[in-house]
Write a protein that binds this ligand. Structure first.
Ligand code: PMM
Length: 297
């Protein structure tokens, strides 16, 4: 218990100092990013918000529940997924970004394509969330640098169709921190100012359940990279693994929201800048409790 306390104490101190991203508001607690997947096949909510009007309504509902920003994506990255073509991704994403922005919502765009990022920035997106950290499309980092918005650099080892084969680590925390640190330096060298970068351990991406759990337990080490950390574990497989019944059957994705809220509280308490979630209401409460406890400590 004492090592846990020490770890969280350290991260909370540094996390407070590091929770500012140039170009975004400064939230006094861990921010809540609501997810709108405009896809027929995303892992946990695929098909639910597939037309633009439904997606916009869902984004507004997330904000009404307390989400601070909304992440709009048009490509599923679930394990094994194949890629969507560019035209279809633009068709899915841009109207939703535009309409949510028009309603005053802070919108993040979840894309690996520079063209989609650039068009989304034109449509009002204030953050580009690229699960490949700029590796999938060499034009991405220059496009985001030119657009002048912040950028999420997630730990990524390759496209979803075969990423499970890359889930090989000796010390997952050390390796993810090292690989992310190198990626941050490359992105800075390519033109995006460091103060606009957010980092993300990429839970579930080329990771098995035990890797995801270890990364959450070691979040303080990720905070040591000196940039705000986004934690996106909502409804993911590792939570299903933890909650599985005696036969090993996990609950369905939408049955993992209480577990997601617990994860949000733990991430927030350890100094996460934001958590990305499908259900905002419980997580908003969770991060408020985490903030109150951290402030009392
Ligand atoms: N995971 C998904 C999609 N986008 N973005 C970031 N920054 N980090 C993630 O871990 C991440 C992401 C896949 O989850 P979903 O299909 O359940 O939304």
């Amino acid at each position: 218990m004492s090592s846990f306390s020490t770890r969280t104490g350290t991260s909370r101190t540094s996390g407070r100092e590091e929770r500012v991203v140039a170009g975004l508001p400064k939230w006094d607690r861990c921010a809540v990013m609501g997810v709108v997947n405009v896809t027929p096949d995303s892992f946990s909510d695929g098909g639910h918000w597939f037309d633009a009007a439904t997606a916009v309504k869902h984004g507004l509902d997330l904000v009404a529940e307390g989400a601070d920003l909304v992440d709009v994506g048009g490509e599923s990255t679930r394990p094994g997924a194949s890629r969507v073509d560019e035209e279809e991704e633009l068709r899915r994403v841009i109207p939703v970004v535009r309409d949510l922005t028009a309603e005053g919502v802070l919108v993040s765009v979840d894309t690996m394509r520079a063209s989609v990022a650039a068009r989304a920035i034109d449509a009002g997106a204030v953050l580009v969330n690229d699960v490949s950290g700029g590796l999938a499309d060499p034009a991405m980092v220059p496009a985001v640098a030119a657009g002048g918005v912040p950028f999420v650099v997630m730990h990524w080892r390759g496209f979803s169709h075969d990423m499970n084969s890359r889930a090989v680590y000796e010390d997952v925390v050390r390796e993810v921190v090292a690989e992310l640190g190198a990626r941050v330096e490359a992105v800075v060298a390519a033109g995006i100012p460091r103060e606009r970068l957010v980092i993300d351990p990429g839970l579930g991406f080329a990771k098995r359940a035990e890797h995801d759990l270890r990364l959450v337990a070691g979040l303080a080490e990720m905070c040591s990279l000196g940039r705000p950390v986004l934690v996106a574990g909502s409804r993911k497989r590792f939570l299903g693994h933890v909650l599985a019944d005696a036969d090993g059957t996990p609950p369905p994705a939408h049955g993992r929201d209480a577990a997601t809220a617990a994860l949000s509280a733990i991430a927030a308490y350890q100094g996460a800048w934001a958590v990305r979630v499908h259900d905002a209401r419980a997580t908003v409460d969770a991060v408020k409790v985490a903030h109150a406890i951290a402030a009392a400590g």
